[in-house]
Design a binder for this molecule. Structure first.
Ligand SMILES: [Zn+2]
Length: 121
């Protein structure tokens, strides 16, 4: 499994097989952010230190800004929508995408700190 697939399928960064999250659907909001304590395949502890996932907020911010810039430029240059209306459209996108971005940013964050170990578990 490639790095990108592992990130976007929310797999363990070490073995890329075990699931990071209890529920892989981020739109089940009651279980948003509920992670397994350890990987079911390789036993990697997912919380590397207390408050580890606070740093994922920076990833989340960067992803939301990137999304907003992409949406703004697509709508501004390729449609006739007034720019102030584009801002409202972006706000709707941000609200809809937030649960997904939260989960992806946690996955990106742990993948930044744990290297893939290709040995079989
Ligand atoms: Zn694992």
């Amino acid at each position: 499994m490639t790095l990108l697939r592992s990130i976007f399928q929310f797999k363990c960064p070490n073995c890329r097989e075990g699931s990071l999250f209890v529920n892989s659907n981020p739109y089940k909001l009651r279980e948003l952010n509920k992670m397994h304590e350890r990987c079911s395949k390789c036993n990697l502890k997912f919380s590397l230190e207390p408050g580890f996932y606070q740093g994922a907020a920076y990833v989340s911010y960067a992803l939301q800004v990137l999304n907003s810039l992409i949406i703004f430029n697509l709508l501004f240059w390729f449609t006739t929508i007034y720019w102030k209306d584009i801002i409202y459209i972006i706000l709707v996108f941000i609200i809809i995408l937030t649960p997904y971005i939260v989960v992806v940013s946690r996955s990106v964050w742990i993948h930044m700190f744990v290297k893939h170990n290709s040995k079989k578990f």
